[in-house]
Design a protein around this ligand. Structure first.
Ligand SMILES: Cc1ncc(COP(=O)(O)OP(=O)(O)O)c(N)n1
Ligand SMILES: Cc1ncsc1CCOP(=O)(O)O
Ligand SMILES: [Mg+2]
Length: 212
């Protein structure tokens, strides 16, 4: 994607909500609708892990969530599943280091779709900076939302990325709440990526809004 758009991407990353049906405490569509009303600026469909939907059920939920995000003009990103992102013409894909190679993903989705990449080391960051539209850095704090999450790493790589790749959009992820989000933003992150603090909240609208 053309780097001229990076200013827009930065704004879109401010409150980046991630959800799959396995994380939702109630109807995922209602959960995401309330989060959109609360002001989330980006959404990632991450249908993954125990209890997650597969096949046609997964596609149907993705289709409904995409339509909902479009109503609020919020980008709809699909986690891991590049083929589904292409099939639905989603706004982008997020992949990690254990997923499909980023050069191959970029080739498949083309230059105009958003490509997000998870990074944990300086070398992963260096490579992602060549091809990604944004990077996800974490876990910053401890998380219970990802079975194979690495140890909490704090903000050192966000600070390094801010210094070495100032134009590369970046979000922190992992254990982020409205209370600690300021630590992540102060390290230089353009936004925060959040699952449980929003998904498990009793007042999703309010909690999403508190990240502002
Ligand atoms: C915004 C954002 N950052 C990081 C991740 C983690 O991606 P990955 O390491 O591929 O792990 P899974 O989410 O696929 O389990 C993310 N999804 N989003
Ligand atoms: C997908 C992912 N990648 C690194 S931590 C994480 C989970 C973040 O979820 P939570 O906001 O509930 O800690
Ligand atoms: Mg992944």
């Amino acid at each position: 994607m053309n780097r001229l758009y990076y200013q827009d991407i930065r704004k879109q990353l401010e409150i980046y909500f991630i959800l799959g049906s396995q994380n939702a405490k109630k109807d995922p569509l209602e959960t995401v609708k309330e989060a959109l009303e609360g002001g989330i600026t980006c959404f990632q469909f991450r249908e993954k892990g125990i209890g997650s939907l597969q096949g046609a059920e997964k596609r149907e939920l993705a289709t409904s969530l995409f339509a909902l995000c479009q109503q609020y003009h919020v980008p709809f990103i699909i986690n891991d599943d590049v083929d589904l992102a292409i099939e639905l013409d989603a706004d982008g894909v997020h992949v990690g280091q254990e997923d499909e190679d980023i050069a191959s993903v970029r080739e498949k989705i083309g230059p105009s779709k958003m490509l997000g990449v998870s990074v944990h080391t300086k070398e992963e960051l260096r490579r992602a900076a060549e091809l990604a539209d944004y990077v996800g850095i974490g876990p910053v704090f401890g998380t219970r939302s990802k079975d194979d999450a690495k140890e909490p790493a704090g903000t050192w790589l966000i600070e390094h990325a801010t210094k070495m790749y100032p134009s590369l959009p970046k979000v922190g992820i992992g254990g982020i709440t409205p209370e600690n989000a300021v630590i992540v933003r102060n390290a230089g992150a353009d936004g925060v990526a959040v699952i449980s603090a929003i998904a498990a909240s009793k007042d999703i609208r309010l909690t999403a809004n508190l990240f502002k």
